[in-house]
Ligand binder design. Structure first.
Ligand SMILES: [Zn+2]
Length: 466
């Protein structure tokens, strides 16, 4: 049967009429009351944040999240739909900081944690009314009068309960993760924050001589962060590139990448004397495990204390031939690649920089800020004949968007859940889910599960329990 639609029909008015009819007659409530005997189909709304306005993208998610419960209701299920509100997170805190004219952790503590939290709790409801109107307008049914709220204690306690279960299964452990870190603010920055603060700076880099054990020869390695050298525990070469042992015009014998010989040693050439003479050629892998003497005594001591082997050549594909000498210095506490190489070769973990970005007492530069330590390190290495060159180097370096301090890549102690231990279960479970569209669950999410790995150093379970 067809019904002719009036060409002047006002859809908005008609929607309002239906909306009012639903409200006046408590249709949502009735949809549950009339199915009390039916099987329950549970729906918890993935909670939106009410301190931001709803936008057009939310229409799509609200409609989809209404469709499934509505279909189940029509099939005779009892479907209570629990609305929820997401109330935690940095965006809330930053907005309140702005409102109160505060800047950073210390000022918040001065203002007082409790009143600050209270302000946050008020701020998160800023657009609640708008969200409710919007949800109702798009015909989204949910129990908005009894929502779950992520800052309610019973919700927080359920998180603690889950964490305790994980702890009791021995899956919670402490490790280190390399993060971009502002030593002045004392906080790591998100990738988005880091991208806001790049500046072009000219700094001195260092090409350093690392003495090969048992040979009158040196590895030449390049770094843009001389302050990380006192924490050096290894060198790294590209396994597939060609490396040379050369007799250079400065009288030294060096190991470095063939591709960069002229760039690095070229300037040693004199009128009729070549800059270097190649003695032997190797593949990167031939140099693996070759040992050298620690650059700083403090690192040798730290390695011995940890009973770990250090100060040898490692291999990894991340080493490129675009800059430097083709040999990279490794300090696992101060770089993601370094950290990964450190895990693979079971290197000691040496972090001679404290949370304020100052060199620690183990080094000859106790209490000196890392960037200020750079020239001191260069001077000392030069005095000991370990500095080949200190070329000026121009690069884009991230600075803190709040306070302009240069960021450092820094290993921070954090708690982690040992996901690798439950990976097989996760994949098995994911395969039982009816994903629509399939590409999301099998593709994007499935790929992510396949790649579950630990990104931390070292993977050891700590604590009494286990
Ligand atoms: Zn800062």
């Amino acid at each position: 049967m067809y019904r002719k639609v009036d060409t002047n029909l006002n859809f908005v008015d008609r929607e309002k009429e239906v909306e009012k009819f639903w409200k006046d007659n408590k249709i949502f409530e009735k949809s549950m009351d009339s199915r009390k005997e039916g099987e329950t189909y549970t729906f918890y709304d993935g909670p939106p944040t009410a301190n931001g306005k709803p936008h057009i993208g939310h229409v799509l998610t609200r409609v989809i999240k209404d469709m499934i419960p509505r279909y189940r209701t029509m099939k005779g299920y009892m479907v209570p739909r629990k609305a929820g509100w997401d109330t935690h997170g940095l965006p809330v805190e930053l907005e309140v900081e702005k409102k109160l004219g505060l800047d950073g952790k210390e000022q918040i503590e001065e203002y007082g944690m409790e009143p600050f939290i209270q302000q946050c709790k008020e701020s998160v409801w800023k657009y609640k009314g708008m969200w409710e109107d919007f949800s109702s307008t798009v015909g989204f049914w949910a129990d908005m009068e009894h929502p779950y709220v992520t800052y309610d204690n019973n919700f927080i306690e359920s998180e603690w309960w889950a964490l305790k279960e994980i702890w009791e299964k021995g899956l919670l452990y402490k490790g280190f993760k390399i993060v971009p870190y502002c030593p002045r603010c004392g906080t790591p920055l998100s990738a988005q924050e880091v991208s806001q603060g790049y500046k072009t700076v000219k700094e001195r880099s260092a090409i350093v001589r690392f003495k090969v054990v048992g040979e009158d020869a040196y590895f030449l390695a390049w770094t843009t962060t001389p302050w990380t050298l006192p924490s050096n525990v290894a060198l790294c070469v590209n396994p597939d590139e060609i490396y040379c042992k050369v007799k250079a015009a400065d009288g030294y014998t060096y190991y470095m990448a063939e591709a960069l010989l002229d760039k690095v040693l070229g300037k040693l050439a004199k009128d009729d004397e070549p800059a270097y003479e190649i003695l032997e050629k190797y593949k990167g892998t031939d140099l693996e495990r070759k040992e050298y003497e620690p650059l700083f005594a403090c690192t040798g001591e730290a390695a011995a204390k940890q009973r770990k082997k250090a100060h040898f050549v490692t291999c990894d594909n991340y080493v490129t031939m675009s800059d430097g000498t083709g040999i990279v210095h490794i300090a696992p506490a101060f770089g993601e690649d370094d950290s990964r190489v450190g895990r693979e070769y079971d290197l000691p973990f040496v972090q001679f920089v404290d949370g304020q970005g100052n060199m620690t007492k183990e080094t000859p530069y106790a209490g000196v800020f890392v960037k200020k330590a750079d020239p001191m390190v260069l001077t000392d290495l030069d005095k000991e004949g370990k500095l080949f060159d200190a070329p000026k180097f121009e690069h884009d370096y991230p600075h803190c968007w709040r306070c302009d301090t240069p960021l450092i890549y820094y290993a921070r102690e954090s708690w982690f859940i040992k996901m690798t231990a439950v990976k097989d279960d996760l994949i098995r479970n994911n395969n039982t889910i009816n994903w629509i569209p399939e590409s999301i669950g099998k593709g994007r999410f499935g790929d992510w599960l396949e790649n579950v790995r630990t990104g931390v150093f070292p993977e050891t379970v700590t604590g009494e329990h286990h």
